[in-house]
Design a protein. Structure first.
Length: 152
């Protein structure tokens, strides 16, 4: 089921503006579709003391797609997500803006939703490559989320 332009704009705004910390980082949700998002963390407001991107900003841009994918894929009146576990491996300094892309297939969305409906919760996970403006991978994360049924 495709998202309308109105839904896409709502999700982008919610992803970028809901949390004051995220807004201060100047995160931008570039693209959303059902089960997909691409997000950007700009370098300039997230520089550290040695002129590279602050490690916490890299962690943040890797974690944020969990909420964005939730908004693109699941019924927010029936379910909510939590972060269950996340690890990050830094590969090289980020000296430019960075992006992340995450995709959940329709089959995985259905599995998560059906399991959550039956069991009250369902774990799901993905790996994220954080890439600089040249397409170089600066960090890799493993993210584990849990979708929960409201009222369970």
């Amino acid at each position: 089921m495709a998202l309308s332009e109105e839904q896409k704009n709502f999700i982008k705004t919610a992803s970028d503006k809901t949390f004051p910390f995220v807004e201060r980082c100047e995160v931008q949700t570039l693209e959303v579709e059902r089960g997909y998002c691409k997000m950007l963390m700009p370098l300039k407001p997230n520089l550290n003391h040695v002129g590279i991107m602050y490690a916490g900003a890299l962690y943040t841009i890797a974690e944020l797609p969990g909420g964005t994918i939730y908004l693109t894929s699941f019924d927010t009146k029936r379910f909510y997500p939590i972060v269950k576990d996340m690890s990050i491996r830094f590969r090289r300094p980020a000296t430019t803006d960075v992006t992340v892309e995450v995709t959940l297939s329709e089959e995985e969305i259905a599995r998560i939703e059906n399991t959550t409906e039956e069991a009250g919760k369902c774990d799901f996970e993905w790996d994220v490559e954080i890439k600089d403006a040249n397409g170089e991978v600066v960090a890799i994360t493993h993210n584990v989320y849990q979708l929960r049924k409201i009222g369970s």
